[in-house]
Design a protein around this ligand. Structure first.
Ligand SMILES: [Zn+2]
Length: 282
């Protein structure tokens, strides 16, 4: 059984002009990635996994808007496979009302958050009220604790270490640091080793940056935190197949050298991790 904890469902229009322009400049030219994801495209993309967590991103600052209702409708159409997460913007004055609506009316199971895209301090009062409610309701958060190339994004709120005070204040809140903190995998490792309810997903970073990905995996293995890494693709940024292939071939950099190998069984355990039970979602 393979569970993908990180997939997107947004059209180019819903990603918003600022994000799409930056992405096209920084990635599409050399990767050919198409940001357009409809329910039909998403459904085809997740054929290889048993379960997939899906979300959009809502950001007042960047003009990103995927209605939580659209995520809920898609999840409801495929209850055996799709788990919908809401996107809540802490800068929205009605953030907690929307959170409650997403839980009670839309039956969404977690929250996608992003200090970088949504322009908020993870330790500020606006974020703390969302984190507090999420902990109370048992909703895991998946947060983009990683960099981005959009010029108008606050990198001072991107680093995984910012979640140390969050995890201390809300020790029962399940937190997934996306992309192993790309590029700060050392800081992501500190968080997942230190806090029982903090995890990291391997999405995006490993297939798109294989040398960086190998180093991140080798470092996590050396520090005995492989069991805290969750499988995720970040579709459409990478496909599930590309991500599995990148994980299984990560050790090629070490072949014929003295550099450490990540045991193949640890890689397979990561690919087949039962992340839903770790997140309290099964
Ligand atoms: Zn993502």
């Amino acid at each position: 059984m393979i569970i993908d904890v990180h997939t997107h469902l947004s059209t180019r229009e819903q990603w918003g002009k600022v994000f799409v322009e930056a992405f096209d400049r920084g990635y599409t030219g050399y990767t050919g990635i198409d940001l357009e994801v409809t329910p039909e495209i998403h459904w085809e993309a997740v054929a290889a996994v048993s379960r997939a967590i899906v979300f959009g991103i809502n950001s007042i600052a960047l003009g990103m808007h995927t209605p939580n209702d659209a995520i809920a409708a898609y999840a409801k159409a495929h209850p055996e496979k799709i788990i919908g997460f809401m996107s809540i913007d802490p800068n929205d004055p009605a953030a907690l009302d929307e959170l409650d609506r997403c839980v009670n009316d839309l039956v969404l199971k977690g929250i996608k958050m992003s200090p970088v895209y949504q322009h908020y301090d993870p330790n500020g009062d606006k974020a703390r009220r969302v984190h507090r409610r999420a902990e109370e309701l048992g909703l895991p958060i998946l947060t983009h604790a990683a960099y981005h190339i959009i010029a108008n994004t606050p990198m001072e709120w991107a680093n995984p270490l910012l979640y140390d005070p969050v995890a201390r204040e809300f020790p029962n809140l399940k937190i997934i640091l996306a992309h192993i903190g790309l590029p700060w995998y050392t800081d992501a490792m500190v968080m997942i080793r230190k806090h029982p309810n903090v995890f990291a997903d391997v999405s995006g970073g490993v297939p798109l940056r294989p040398w960086w990905g190998y180093q991140a995996l080798a470092f996590c293995h050396e520090n005995r935190v492989m069991h805290k890494l969750l499988f995720g693709s970040d579709f459409p940024i990478a496909t599930i197949e590309e991500t599995i292939d990148a994980l299984r071939t990560a050790n090629r950099f070490a072949e014929g050298t003295g550099m450490p190998q990540v045991p193949a069984e640890d890689i397979e355990d990561l690919i087949h991790r039962d992340s839903l039970s770790l997140l309290g979602l099964d």
